[in-house]
Design a protein around this ligand. Structure first.
Ligand SMILES: NC(=O)c1ccc[n+]([C@@H]2O[C@H](COP(=O)([O-])OP(=O)(O)OC[C@H]3O[C@@H](n4cnc5c(N)ncnc54)[C@H](OP(=O)(O)O)[C@@H]3O)[C@@H](O)[C@H]2O)c1
Length: 304
């Protein structure tokens, strides 16, 4: 086991799978009010993290575990990139939790349930943010975290740690509202390599609005009760509020990493196909982002 010498346990109220930007930001805050287990991808990463990691400008030593020596946990929180969902969800199952909560972007609940059918698994939504660079983890201000019904006890743990968090009885709608923003802003920011605010200006604005207008009938058919004006103003509002930010998909492209395009635009394409909707601009954007990924990482551009 790789853990801090003074506080390893065999059982935790909560464990976080995915020791990246958001996972470590959540773990650091949760650790202030109770034990939290951080599950790393492999032993080398666990050993590195156990030596300490800068989170919000402070050196933090968390209880870190490698996959070959896991504790058990009441609740598991999944915070890996969506391309790693399957492997990480199986790892989370080994913690034998009451429930597995994903706070990933995109729509991945079906994949989660397929990966661990014996678990109560659900996908919530968070507007908490964090990024990582060579100096450590930088939490970027407080947001709101919504959990699916059944995760009340975990929501209470979050609240105790100072998060704004609650169970949302209509979590499917919350996921679609976040998907709308992500599928408009993320791919365009990645393709044109611009900060979010630039998408509100020519020449990108027309594409941004086209993506919103094309997606809306599909999302509405799946339960998102927004009219076009409200949908556009929601996306514009996020682009304006995060004008200087680099969207996560842009960060992935710049770092030559696989993006979350399949869980975001790919999820829309799947719903459009099922419902018989035409979404040609999203289809083109999906192909283009995959082509960029292929050039950078060698990931097959025709996967799945
Ligand atoms: N960052 C944000 O502000 C933010 C906000 C809202 C939602 N989200 C969503 O949250 C998710 C995580 O984002 P992030 O920015 O935190 O990503 P990230 O910094 O890339 O972190 C992901 C972490 O998952 C680890 N991982 C990969 N496969 C694993 C496995 N099989 N088992 C255990 N750990 C594994 C990675 O390990 P290595 O370090 O070894 O590669 C990495 O540390 C994404 O879906 C993202 O869209 C992020």
């Amino acid at each position: 086991m790789t853990a801090t010498p003074d506080s390893p346990r065999s059982h935790y109220p909560v464990a976080i799978v995915g020791a990246g930007a958001l996972g470590l930001a959540f773990a650091a805050r949760l650790a202030a009010t109770g034990p939290v287990a951080m599950i790393a991808r492999n032993a080398a990463r666990a050993a590195e993290l156990a030596r300490g990691v800068q989170i919000g400008g402070q050196l933090r030593r968390l209880d870190v575990f490698a996959p070959n020596a896991l504790p058990t946990a009441d609740w598991a929180v999944l915070l890996v990139k969506t391309g790693d969902t399957d492997a990480a969800a199986r790892l989370a199952s080994a913690l034998r939790p009451h429930g597995l909560l994903s706070l990933q972007n995109g729509l991945i609940e079906a994949e989660l349930r397929e990966a661990c059918p014996a678990l109560a698994a659900g996908q919530g939504v968070t507007t908490e943010g964090a990024y990582r660079d060579a100096t450590g983890i930088h939490p970027s201000g407080a947001g709101e975290t919504l959990l699916p019904p059944g995760f009340e006890d975990l929501a209470a743990l979050f609240v105790r740690a100072g998060f704004v968090a609650r169970v949302d009885p209509d979590i499917a709608r919350a996921r679609l509202a976040k998907l709308l923003v992500n599928l408009a802003i993320n791919p365009l920011a990645a393709l044109f390599r611009v900060p979010n605010g630039a998408l509100l200006e020519p020449p990108h604005r027309v594409l941004l609005d086209t993506l919103v207008r094309e997606a809306l009938p599909v999302l509405r058919a799946n339960g998102l009760d927004l009219d076009e004006g409200a949908a556009l103003s929601r996306v514009h509002g996020v682009a304006r509020a995060t004008a200087a930010n680099r969207a996560s998909m842009l960060q992935d492209v710049l770092a030559n990493r696989r993006t979350e395009i399949d869980a975001i635009t790919g999820a829309l394409l799947g719903m459009a196909e099922t419902g018989g909707f035409e979404v040609p601009t999203h289809r083109a954007v999906h192909t283009l982002v995959r082509a960029v990924e292929h050039a950078a990482t060698g990931t097959p551009s025709d996967r799945g």
